[in-house]
Design a protein around this ligand. Structure first.
Ligand SMILES: Nc1ncnc2c1ncn2[C@@H]1O[C@H](COP(=O)(O)OP(=O)(O)OP(=O)(O)O)[C@@H](O)[C@H]1O
Length: 288
């Protein structure tokens, strides 16, 4: 399902927190949302899911306006950072309770996810005994359980161990292959770089730009580490070949440039070896 936002204005008192003329999240794509603290990411997520309804303007999920037809939200799963569940009850109680609210029951799927998340045994215990990461896993499990058509995740990886983050990223990649739409906010650029099709940059409640990572990935910009990076820089300058040397001394250039073959032969003839060549991260460059 797609999400469409038209003329959204949101204020807390006199403070304008969101001002978005038009924004569309297409079905089956993964979107990242980046912005400084207080930029409005969480407020946007809360508005889309009707947790906040004091905005002016319209938000559509599919054809339904969420303010007028909030049943459409049954298609949406949301995990907000700092969200909580019932502490004095077990993990299982929470799973059954929240599934019941939706009129659904997916015990087998819950068990399968709990095994993947290494949480199965803990589900018998009270949530108050859980670590922060375990609570986060439980909240994710509950959100994933009903297989929502739209999944909104606010800082989903914060507090999770590396193994769980890796599992979760693969899980999310598989979801979009099935046509689900994902919105993810994260302060970790690498997380968004590896997952997202598009990254929306938000600042003081306004959309600054939208970065199409799918297009950006098609370019042939590479980072090189060589046996003599300064020697390479000298050769590149002789050829007027555009390049940058980053803080770590790696050379960044576009190997699709027609001059690259000539430069490459020149390096070879001067016995300069390329010891490492990797795809340059797109997002870090765009955002910094
Ligand atoms: N309940 C509230 N009352 C008043 N102002 C609020 C409230 N919630 C958020 N704000 C303000 O709204 C603005 C946007 O906050 P929001 O939480 O959406 O930002 P964010 O981009 O998610 O930030 P972060 O990256 O720190 O999570 C901030 O200036 C914040 O102070």
């Amino acid at each position: 399902m797609e999400i469409r936002i038209e003329n959204l204005q949101m204020r807390y008192g006199v403070k304008e927190v969101l001002s978005i003329e038009h924004l569309r999240f297409e079905q089956g794509k993964t979107y990242g949302l980046v912005g400084h603290n207080g930029a409005g990411k969480t407020t946007l997520f809360k508005s889309i899911t009707n947790i906040i309804a004091t905005y002016s303007g319209d938000i559509f999920i599919g054809d339904a306006n969420v303010k007028e037809d909030n049943k459409v939200l049954l298609n949406v799963g949301i995990v907000l950072d700092g969200m909580s569940v019932y502490q004095d009850h077990t993990g299982w109680f929470n799973i059954l309770y929240f599934s019941g609210l939706r009129g659904e029951h997916h015990e087998e799927e819950a068990r399968r996810l709990a095994v993947e998340l290494d949480l199965l045994e803990a589900l018998e215990e009270k949530v108050s005994n859980y670590s922060y990461g375990m609570q986060k896993k439980l909240i994710l499990l509950i959100a994933l359980l009903h297989n929502p058509k739209i999944l909104i995740l606010d800082e989903p990886f914060r507090g999770l161990d590396l193994k769980t983050v890796a599992w979760f990223k693969e899980y999310l990649k598989a979801l979009t292959k099935n046509g689900q739409t994902l919105l993810i906010s994260s302060h970790v650029q690498n997380d968004l770089e590896t997952l997202c099709d598009e990254v929306v940059v938000i600042d003081k409640g306004r959309i600054l730009e939208s970065i199409d990572l799918v297009e950006e990935r098609k370019t042939a910009v590479r980072l090189l580490l060589t046996s003599d990076n300064h020697g390479v820089a000298t050769i590149l300058k002789e050829y007027n070949f555009p390049f940058q040397m980053n803080k770590e001394g790696l050379i960044k250039l576009d190997t699709a440039n027609p001059l690259w073959m000539e430069v490459y032969h020149q390096l070879y003839s001067q016995e300069i070896m390329i010891t490492e060549m990797s795809k340059a991260p797109v997002l870090a460059d765009k955002l910094n």
